[in-house]
Design a protein. Structure first.
Length: 312
């Protein structure tokens, strides 16, 4: 790949694009790894070394894209980013005994949450955010962290305080990134709505963050609304799809009357996500055109598969 690192004259920039090279924004869109993370991989670890124009613009060849996909494969197996270059260069097979560092980071964040230390929590998450794409962070850090917290909060004094502290931080952290991403796009949003009585559903906000990271605008309704008002929201916002989330079992009225009526009358595709989708799987599968997903990761996959996150 030495020929890929030849500096290009500025006059050849468009010609390079025409020949199949990609600017960083297109690589980010194709791989799901944002530009900030791609630059960090280059500067800190030499994982990806693109071509540069005299003005410093990065250009990527297909080989670079394939290498990014290989990096993601390792990251999704739980390998830390600091170990990936050696594994790629040595063409090593998967080793389940690799020290991936995720457990240490989870313990660091758990301690910060227990101490109600917002700055330490923020700093630990920001370090990971600079190096890993959202899907990897969700799968390897945030979802396991939530499971650890749910187990710790069973019968523990001060559990509600920790829960409110962490959920408030998470919503603020992800909400700020979603707000920034929304400002970059003007296409129809994905509408996400909370069906449970619990406010600040973390799974709902993880869904929103993953969707937003795929360059799709999102709107989040964090409080439960009656089906008629959800239909009104769809009518006024004109979203590309409606994602319903609940970590709790639905009551009989929701399950037998409200949700079927909403699904039948809604003018856009409807996706039901969260533990409720598993609890009521048999009943929900009987509703035509309603798509089910158990967690934020499978929800993102379902939306991608249906083409609902495609640029519009």
């Amino acid at each position: 790949m030495d020929d890929l690192n030849v500096e290009l004259d500025s006059d050849d920039y468009q010609a390079a694009l025409d020949s199949g090279l990609l600017p960083i924004r297109e690589v980010a869109r194709a791989t799901g790894v944002n530009a900030v993370t791609l630059r960090a991989w280059e500067r800190r670890y030499g994982l990806i070394v693109p071509q540069r124009t005299p003005k410093g613009h990065r250009l990527y060849a297909q080989e670079h894209v394939e290498r990014i996909q290989a990096i993601l494969t390792w990251l999704n197996r739980g390998v830390s980013v600091s170990q990936v270059k050696g594994l790629l260069d040595a063409r090593q097979p998967v080793n389940d005994n690799l020290d991936n560092g995720w457990q240490a980071l989870r313990l660091e964040l758990l301690q910060a949450i227990g101490d109600l230390a917002e700055r330490r929590l923020d700093e630990g998450f920001n370090r990971a955010l600079a190096l890993y794409p959202p899907r990897t962070l969700c799968e390897q850090l945030l979802l396991p962290l939530l499971l650890d917290l749910e187990q710790r909060w069973q019968g523990q004094f001060g559990a509600q305080l920790e829960q409110v502290f962490f959920y408030t931080w998470l919503r603020s952290k992800l909400g700020a990134r979603i707000y920034h991403n929304n400002r970059q796009h003007s296409s129809a949003p994905l509408l996400l709505a909370n069906l449970s009585i619990q406010p600040m559903e973390p799974g709902l906000w993880l869904c929103a963050w993953l969707v937003s990271s795929a360059d799709c605008p999102v709107e989040v309704l964090d409080w439960a609304l009656p089906p008629g008002e959800l239909n009104l929201a769809v009518e006024r916002m004109a979203p590309r799809a409606l994602l319903l989330y609940s970590s709790q079992a639905l009551d009989a009225t929701q399950l037998r009357r409200q949700l079927p009526k909403l699904n039948e009358s809604c003018s856009v595709p409807v996706l039901m996500v969260g533990p409720a989708a598993s609890i009521h799987q048999q009943e929900l599968r009987a509703l035509s055109a309603l798509h089910l997903a158990e967690d934020p990761l499978s929800a993102q996959r379902s939306l991608l598969r249906q083409g609902l996150l495609d640029p519009r």
